[in-house]
Ligand binder design. Structure first.
Ligand code: CND
Ligand code: ZN
Ligand code: ZN
Length: 376
């Protein structure tokens, strides 16, 4: 049946408010307007950033909403003026937009688009309306994507075509987890051959940082987590040593300083915990270390440390989506995945049918899963 131009009724996981389980509801998805694309989602991963919204950690979140930002799917229909994708194309929705024209997009060092800023939780399309309704109520989107639904609508600047041969159950991880971690190492930090690294937090993001550090030729990759069950996978992907802060009396930065003759070249925080962000900074060498903030901390939190820590030569930086310009880099990353230049299947510990989404979040919260991929 041709659905072009029609409202589609389908199943979606709606978050009606913070601290609630997701509810599988029948929703209505309006056709794409000009410069918008309606996508049938085929596979979507669960990232901790989705859980942060359920936990109410981001103050300006708009409810009710449909979460999900790491996915792959197939274009169902396109609105007027869309030129970069067509019905039937395999695509990845992009929570970091790339319009190609704004200040952020033309700056070579930036991957932030000013037209759709990922940090501004409007929960709406660029024209300030929504394509989702449920039981007569407007449902917001999440960081311009919303992938926990059989169909979604995104602005054209938030979607990119990928190779026809892409395995969508793996390619979905290019939509966040893999690219965010990998790019944090190779783009944001620019890890050099022979350098030493410490990675705090071994979820989908931290493990992808390890993959990036290894590809970049780091000589030591110290993996840090309070859950020792994460260590086997970290070693498999390239960690040279694993440290559990709970097994040491001294603060973790002292342990790492001791292990590395004063501190690592690059330390990555992949948890979203401001105390560990400071630990990461202190774990980097006082004269030349760089700390990269990748985790998303609660929106009302602040970082506090002595400026003397920076005067001696340390650098602090951060990156969203690994610093990748999304439209330029995602198709290349997918082609590299097809060419087996790197693997992402090690990050997928569970596959579940979409309607078991709450079970997927439970696995993440219990520390039992890395990435759960939901299939429709
Ligand atoms: P996930 O929860 O899978 O991993 C976090 C890991 O940290 C777990 O293995 C925990 O055991 C471990 N951990 C928790 N507390 C501590 C601690 N005090 N010391 C050491 N280890 C600890 O999360 P994820 O990998 O999906 O995401 C990680 C962060 O990255 C999270 O904050 C998420 O919101 C953020 C993120 C950032 C971006 C970006 O573009 N920068 C994109 N997506 C997610
Ligand atoms: Zn994410
Ligand atoms: Zn832009």
């Amino acid at each position: 049946m041709d659905t072009t131009g029609k409202v589609i009724k389908c199943k979606a996981a709606v978050l009606w408010g913070p601290h609630q389980p997701l509810k599988i509801e029948e929703i209505e998805v309006a056709p794409p307007k000009a410069h918008e694309v309606r996508i049938k989602i085929i596979a979507t991963g669960i990232c901790r950033s989705d859980d942060h919204i359920i936990e109410g950690l981001i103050q300006d979140s708009k409810y009710p909403l449909i979460l999900g930002h790491e996915a792959a799917g197939i274009v169902e229909s396109v609105g007027d003026g869309v030129t970069t994708v067509k019905p039937g194309d395999k695509v990845i929705p992009l929570f970091v937009a790339q319009c190609g024209e704004c200040r952020g997009c033309v700056e070579p060092k930036s991957n932030m688009c000013c037209k759709a800023q990922v940090g501004q939780h409007t929960g709406l399309m660029l024209d300030n309306t929504s394509r989702f309704t449920c039981k007569g109520k407007l449902i917001h989107n999440f960081i311009s994507t919303s992938t926990f639904t059989e169909y979604t609508v995104v602005d054209e600047i938030n979607v990119v075509k990928i190779h026809d041969d892409a395995p969508l159950d793996e390619a979905c991880l290019i939509g966040c987890g893999f690219s965010t971690g990998y790019g944090s190492a190779v783009n944001a930090a620019k890890v050099e051959p022979g350098s030493t690294c410490a990675v705090f937090g071994l979820g989908g993001i931290g493990l992808s940082v390890i993959i990036g550090c290894k590809v970049a030729g780091a000589s030591r990759i110290i993996a840090v987590d309070v859950n020792s069950n994460k260590f086997a996978k970290a070693k498999e992907l390239g960690a040279t040593e694993c440290v559990n802060p709970k097994e040491h009396e001294n603060p973790i930065h002292e342990v790492i300083q001791k292990m590395t003759n004063g501190g690592v070249h690059y330390a990555f925080e992949c948890i979203g915990n401001t105390d560990i962000m400071v630990s990461a900074l202190l774990s980097s060498h006082f004269s030349c270390g760089t700390a990269v903030m990748v985790g998303v901390a609660p929106s009302d939190s602040t970082l506090s440390f002595s400026p003397l820590l920076l005067l001696t030569g340390r650098t602090v930086k951060g990156a969203i989506f690994g610093g990748f310009k999304s439209k330029d880099c995602v198709p290349e990353l997918v082609s590299d995945l097809i060419a087996k230049k790197f693997k992402v299947d090690g990050l997928v510990t569970h596959k579940l049918p979409f309607h078991e989404i709450n079970k997927g979040f439970d696995l993440l919260r219990k520390g039992e899963s890395i990435r759960t991929v939901l299939e429709f």
